[in-house]
Design a protein around this ligand. Structure first.
Ligand code: ADP
Ligand code: ADP
Length: 249
């Protein structure tokens, strides 16, 4: 059974042009799949249809053989627990510490007050320490999120997502707010943990060079359609022109 299977996924926001037009692909093994394409190509709609922040018009998303959407709100919540999210703007709770932010990953997406009321177990706290060590933030446990650099915030974001013990990781432009050097470090880290945890991951990334350097596989989108699906090495000049629409020079 594929880890993630997307079939005929279509999204029409009612604006005429389809944001996603019958997109199909499967992820069979733990790998980092980069989704590239121009602005408006449908990359973030694809990710949002997977975690159901956006309701697809038609088509299906299956995670480890189970259909998304589950019917109930509880089912949706359960499904989202299995999907770790990493965001461009990190989405940390600014007034919480690094440790508290990581621990909230255990709860899924709950409110600030709920997260403060919850009593974490010893095993959960040990797990959070281990993850902070893994992302290179040992010693930062009690630092407030608002005192961190962008790169450090994204490291917290990665640790928080892993705290969920997710079955799938979705990364939505995780390096778009970072400088080139920090971007490479974050990609290196993401790639490392995905390999170690043997987890499939889908990453929206507008930087083609970064995608080619760190992804195992590239999906190219144009006008809501999948126009490339293959090895980064096969992303030739012509293929890039298919995806981005002509040559720049
Ligand atoms: P990308 O992430 O590749 O930039 P998006 O998925 O954001 O692309 O957008 C795909 C298309 O869907 C675009 O034409 C965009 O304008 C449209 N779109 C995205 N979100 C909405 C929305 N909430 N309502 C209407 N149209 C939307
Ligand atoms: P609540 O019971 O608090 O409404 P929701 O599950 O609706 O809980 O989540 C609240 C908000 O958190 C959502 O509107 C969404 O923006 C965000 N959210 C929840 N789950 C996810 C997820 N898996 N990925 C990204 N954002 C999420």
């Amino acid at each position: 059974k594929p880890l993630l299977e997307i079939a005929g996924l279509t999204k029409d926001y009612g604006t005429g042009q389809r944001a996603l037009d019958s997109v199909s692909f499967a992820i069979e093994s733990p790998q980092l799949v980069g989704v590239i394409g121009s602005s408006g190509a449908g990359k973030s709609t694809l990710i949002r249809c997977i975690n159901r922040l956006v309701e697809p018009t038609s088509g299906s998303v299956r995670l480890m053989g189970t259909d998304i959407p589950p019917l109930s709100r509880a089912g949706l919540r359960r499904m989202r627990r299995q999907i770790g999210m990493i965001f461009q703007e990190y989405n940390l709770v600014e007034r919480l510490t690094v440790m508290q932010n990581v621990l909230t990953g255990r709860l899924g997406y709950v409110s600030f007050w709920t997260s403060l009321r919850y009593r974490y177990g010893e095993e959960e706290i040990r797990h959070a320490y281990a993850l902070l060590d893994r992302v290179g933030l040992s010693g930062f446990e009690n630092r407030r999120a608002d005192a961190l650099s962008g790169g450090q915030r994204q490291r917290v974001g990665i640790a928080r997502a892993l705290m969920q013990r997710p079955k799938l990781l979705l990364l939505d432009e995780p390096t778009a707010s970072l400088d080139p050097n920090t971007s490479r470090q974050i990609m290196q880290l993401a790639r490392g943990v995905i390999t170690e945890e043997k987890m499939p991951a889908l990453i929206n990334i507008h930087d083609v060079a970064l995608a080619q350097a760190f992804c195992d596989r590239i999906i190219g989108m144009r006008n809501g359609r999948l126009v490339f699906d293959g090895d980064p090495a096969d992303l030739t000049r012509d293929k890039l022109a298919d995806i981005y629409g002509g040559y720049d020079d």
